[in-house]
Design a protein around this ligand. Structure first.
Ligand code: HEC
Ligand code: HEC
Ligand code: HEC
Length: 442
C-alpha cells in the first residue's frame, strides 16, 4: 500500500505545497504592496504645489473661517480651556487613545511648515506631513469631499490664527507603535472616493447642506453606524450610530420629522442648541457649541434643509406622534403605568414640568423630546442614570444640570418611569425592561 502510493502521494503533496507557497507569496506581495501604499492614489490636484500669493491668502481668510466652523476643527483640536487649535483632545478607541494635534501655524509643534499641497493632502488624502497615514479619528473620510478652492480658503485661515508653541501629546495603546503604514489596509476597505456633486434639480440651500453635512461637518462620524474596523457604513448614512456607549439618533428626514422637527425648529436646534424637541448634550453639544451656533444663519438653514429633505426631494415636517399601542396599552389597562407616572411626578416634574413642557431656563421639554421618542431607549436610560452637566448654549441661554438617578431609583423604578414617559410623550410602545438598565448600570 505504502509503496504503491509513495510517489503519487509525494508528487501530489509537492504540487499542493507549491500551490500553497505560491498563494502565500502572492498574499505577502499583495500585502506589502498595500502596506507600501501602492493602491493609494492621491486625489490632490497637481496645481496646488504652487503656493498662493500673500494677497490671495488674505482674501480667503473670511471664507476659510466659516469652513473651519462648519468643520468643527477647534471642537476637536482644542482642549476645554486650552489654547485654540493647539490639540491634545483625547479620542479613545478600543485600540488605544489618539490625541488631536496642534494645528496652529507654529513651526515646531503645529502645521507652520505645511505647504498648501501638504494641507490638501491631510484633508483630502488623510496623509500628514512627515507622518504618513493619519488615523481616521481625524475625519478625513468626510473632509475628502471638500473642493480644492475651499481647502485653499481653510488653509489661508488656519495659517492666520495665532501660533501656539504647545507640544503634542503622546498617543497610547497600539497608536504608540509604528502602525501608520497598516492604515493602508484600513483605507482600502474604508476610505471610498466619495464625491458630492451639485444636483441641479434641488435648491441652492439643499446643495449647500449636502456639501457640508457629507463633508466638512462630518455629521455621519457620529450619526452613521460603523463596522468592526470603525469604518463608516456610508450605505446607512445618518441612520444612527453608537459613540461613547450612547446610541446616536437617526437624523434622516423621516426620523427627524417623526421626532417633531420642522425646518424652523431644526434650524433653531442647530443654531442655539435648544429647541422644543430638546437640547443638545454630550457629543452633540460640542457640535452646537463650537460649530453650528457659530456658523452663518444661511449655512445652518441649509444643513437643516438637507436633513429634512427625503430622497424624493420632499421637505418633511413634524409628523403626528404615533399612538402607543399593543404592549404598553396592555400595561395601561392593567394600571401598571401608574407607578411610572407617580415616580415622574416625584423625581422629574419639578424641573421638566407636570405636563412635560419643561421650564424655560431650567430644563427642556420632555413631551415630544427626540430622546424620549427614540425607539432605542439606551440614550434615555444613560441620561437618567448619569445625569448631564450644566451646558451653556449660545445667546447666553443656560440650563440647570440634570442630576443622575443612579443612586436614587432602582432598575425597576427607572424601567417603570421610562416606560410611562416613552408611552405618554414619546409615542413609544415597547416597554423598558429593568434588565436593559442593569446592562448599562451593572
Ligand atoms: C473629530 C475630531 C477632529 C475634527 C473635527 C478635526 N480633526 Fe484634525 N485631527 C484630529 C486628530 C485626532 C488628528 C491626529 C491624527 C493622527 O495623529 O493621525 C488630526 C490631525 C489633523 C492634521 C494633521 C496635523 C499633523 O499633526 O500633521 C490636520 C492638518 C488637521 N487635523 C486639520 C483639521 C482641520 C483643518 C479640521 C477642520 C476642518 C480638522 N482637522 C477637524 C481630529 C479632528
Ligand atoms: C434639577 C432639575 C432636573 C430634574 C429633577 C430632572 N431633570 Fe432631566 N434635565 C434637566 C436639565 C437642566 C436638562 C438639560 C441638560 C443639558 O442639556 O445639559 C435635562 C435633560 C434631560 C433629558 C435629555 C433631553 C434633552 O433634550 O436635553 C432627559 C431625557 C431628562 N432630562 C429626563 C429626566 C427624567 C426622566 C427625570 C426624572 C427621573 C429628570 N430628567 C429629572 C433637569 C432636571
Ligand atoms: C461627536 C458626535 C456628533 C457629531 C459629530 C454630530 N452629532 Fe448630532 N448628536 C450627537 C448626539 C450624542 C446626539 C444625542 C443627544 C442630543 O440630542 O443632543 C445628537 C443629536 C442630534 C440631533 C437631534 C436628533 C433628535 O432626533 O433628537 C440632531 C438634529 C443632530 N444631532 C444633528 C447633527 C448634525 C446636523 C451634525 C453635523 C453638523 C451632527 N449632529 C454631528 C452626536 C453628534
Amino acid at each position: 500500500m505504502k509503496n504503491f502510493d509513495h510517489y503519487g502521494y509525494k508528487r501530489k503533496q509537492g504540487r499542493w505545497k507549491r500551490w500553497f507557497l505560491g498563494l502565500i507569496a502572492l498574499g505577502v506581495i499583495g500585502s506589502l504592496a498595500i502596506l507600501l501604499g501602492t493602491f493609494r492614489t492621491s486625489s490632490v490636484a497637481s496645481n496646488v504645489e504652487q503656493p498662493l500669493s500673500e494677497a490671495e491668502m488674505v482674501a480667503l481668510i473670511p471664507k476659510g473661517r466659516e469652513l473651519a466652523l462648519a468643520g468643527d476643527c477647534f471642537g476637536c483640536h482644542s482642549r476645554p480651556n486650552g489654547e485654540m487649535g493647539a490639540g491634545g483632545v483625547a479620542i479613545a478607541t478600543p485600540f488605544g487613545t489618539v490625541y488631536s494635534t496642534n494645528i496652529t501655524p507654529d513651526k515646531t509643534y503645529g502645521i507652520g511648515s505645511y505647504t498648501r499641497a501638504d494641507f490638501h493632502r491631510a484633508l483630502k488624502d488623510g496623509i500628514g506631513k512627515g507622518k504618513g497615514n493619519l488615523y481616521p479619528a481625524m475625519p478625513f473620510v468626510f473632509t475628502h469631499v471638500t473642493t480644492p478652492a475651499d481647502l485653499d480658503a481653510l488653509y489661508a485661515y488656519m495659517m492666520s490664527i495665532p501660533a501656539m508653541a504647545v507640544p503634542n501629546a503622546k498617543n497610547s495603546g497600539v497608536f504608540e507603535l509604528p502602525v501608520r503604514p497598516f492604515m493602508n489596509f484600513w483605507a482600502l476597505l474604508n476610505f471610498p472616493d466619495r464625491k458630492v456633486v451639485e444636483d441641479p434639480e434641488r435648491s441652492a440651500a439643499w446643495n449647500r447642506g449636502a456639501y457640508l453635512v457629507e463633508g466638512l461637518a462630518h455629521c455621519g462620524a457620529c450619526h452613521s453606524p460603523r463596522n468592526v474596523m470603525m469604518g463608516v457604513e456610508f450605505s446607512k448614512s445618518l441612520q444612527g450610530g453608537f459613540v461613547d456607549n450612547m446610541a446616536i439618533p437617526d437624523i434622516t428626514a423621516a426620523a427627524l420629522a417623526n421626532h417633531g422637527y420642522t425646518l424652523a425648529d431644526l434650524t433653531q436646534y442647530l443654531a442655539t442648541g435648544v429647541s422644543k424637541e430638546g437640547t443638545s448634550f454630550a457629543g452633540m453639544n460640542t457640535v452646537t457649541h463650537f460649530s453650528t451656533s457659530q456658523m452663518q444663519a444661511q449655512d445652518v438653514k441649509a444643513i437643516a434643509t438637507y436633513l429634512l429633505t427625503d430622497r424624493k426631494g420632499k421637505l418633511l415636517s413634524a409628523d403626528v406622534l404615533p399612538m402607543p399601542i399593543n404592549e404598553v396599552s396592555k400595561l395601561m389597562d392593567k394600571g401598571e403605568l401608574a407607578q411610572g407616572r407617580n415616580l415622574y411626578m416625584a423625581a422629574c416634574a419639578a424641573c421638566h414640568g407636570e405636563d412635560g413642557y419643561g421650564i424655560p431656563h431650567v430644563a427642556p421639554a420632555l413631551k415630544g423630546n427626540a430622546i424620549v421618542e427614540m425607539s432605542n431607549p439606551e440614550t434615555l436610560i444613560a441620561v437618567v442614570l448619569n445625569g448631564l452637566e450644566t451646558t451653556t448654549y449660545s445667546h447666553a441661554e443656560r440650563m440647570y444640570a440634570m442630576p443622575g438617578f443612579k443612586d436614587r431609583l432602582n432598575a425597576q423604578e427607572i424601567a417603570d418611569l421610562l416606560t410611562w414617559l416613552r408611552a405618554e410623550w414619546g409615542g413609544e410602545s415597547v416597554a423598558v425592561s429593568p434588565k436593559s438598565i442593569a446592562v448599562i448600570n451593572p
